[in-house]
Design a protein around this ligand. Structure first.
Ligand code: ATR
Length: 278
């Protein structure tokens, strides 16, 4: 019998994480020699948790809120792209070394590809200016966006991120004169469970010809996406990004390439059912 190596996700809170369900499915589907669990880690125990996992012979960890930045100082090596993003969501333990990666950005881009949506030559407007926004700015650029604008509740943060990333900060007025067929991406946590009755944009500013993407996946149909659908616009929710960042992490841990489309539908159903039951 092959010895199974441990994988897990660390964060706080972690009780409602869908990662174990997602990864156990992938492990079963591809008969990979791993087990995967969720671990609640307090901030002061972060280093002990990472080094403890290494000592216990773990193959890797996913890192989620609020540790994607904090964990970086604990690693031996950080992938160039994760450095650019400024966040690590995947750790690999290999040959005595700890390496950090970020699979969120490509997870996001692959999820758009799976949903037959492209950012190429589109004008992209991001809502939010935090860590997630930074990752999505990079994704928009990699995805070939013609322009990237940042709108944030606190304008100064949008201006600071825009300056760092070589894009432009805009005020809410921008949405009244938005370019045709623009892509509007919510990177804030507004509308996330349990505050489901909130949208990062007022309903009056939604338009039929734009594409609206939300990286929030709980609930699946956020108020932001409901407003977009009501306006007659196309929408993409956050479950696809969750699935694909996970599959890309599993590729890093297993060293195998995994077909990104093959199980997408089944995983979507599985996670949607789990969200419905929460
Ligand atoms: P993350 O790393 O997940 O992006 P973050 O760095 O705390 O988290 O950033 C959260 C983003 O959501 C910020 O852009 C924040 O806006 P502010 O910069 O004005 O704080 C935005 N955000 C959070 N709650 C919000 C709310 N109720 N309305 C509008 N924006 C909100």
């Amino acid at each position: 019998m092959t010895l199974k190596q441990s994988l897990g996700v660390i964060g706080a809170p972690i009780a409602h994480s869908l990662s174990p369900l997602l990864h156990e499915f992938i492990i079963r589907q591809y008969d990979l020699p791993f087990t995967y669990s969720a671990y609640h880690v307090e901030k002061e125990s972060l280093a002990e948790a990472v080094y403890g996992a290494q000592a216990l012979g773990f193959r890797g960890l996913n890192v989620t809120v609020p540790y994607k930045k904090d964990v970086m100082s604990l690693l031996d090596e950080i992938d160039e792209f994760a450095l650019k993003v400024g966040a690590v969501n995947t750790i690999l333990f290999s040959e005595g070394r700890i390496t950090g990666y970020n699979t969120d950005v490509f997870g996001f881009l692959h999820s758009l590809a799976v949903e037959n949506v492209s950012l190429s030559d589109r004008d992209v407007v991001l809502l939010g200016a935090g860590g997630a926004a930074r990752a999505i700015v990079l994704a928009a650029k990699k995805g070939g966006a013609r322009s990237v604008m940042i709108y944030n509740r606190t304008y100064e943060k949008a201006a600071a991120l825009a300056e760092k990333m070589g894009c432009v900060a805009v005020s809410q007025d921008y949405f009244t004169a938005i370019p045709d067929h623009a892509v509007i991406i919510n990177t804030t946590s507004v509308g996330m469970h349990p505050n489901v009755n909130a949208s990062p944009l007022p309903q009056t500013l939604f338009r039929a010809d734009c594409l609206y993407i939300d990286i929030v996946y709980n609930p699946q149909n956020t108020l932001f996406l409901q407003y977009a659908t009501h306006a007659g616009a196309q929408t993409v929710g956050g479950i696809g990004m969750l699935i694909l960042q996970g599959i890309l992490a599993m590729e890093i841990w297993s060293g195998k390439s995994i077909d990104l489309q093959q199980n997408f539908g089944a995983l979507q159903d599985l996670l949607r059912r789990a969200l419905g039951a929460q």
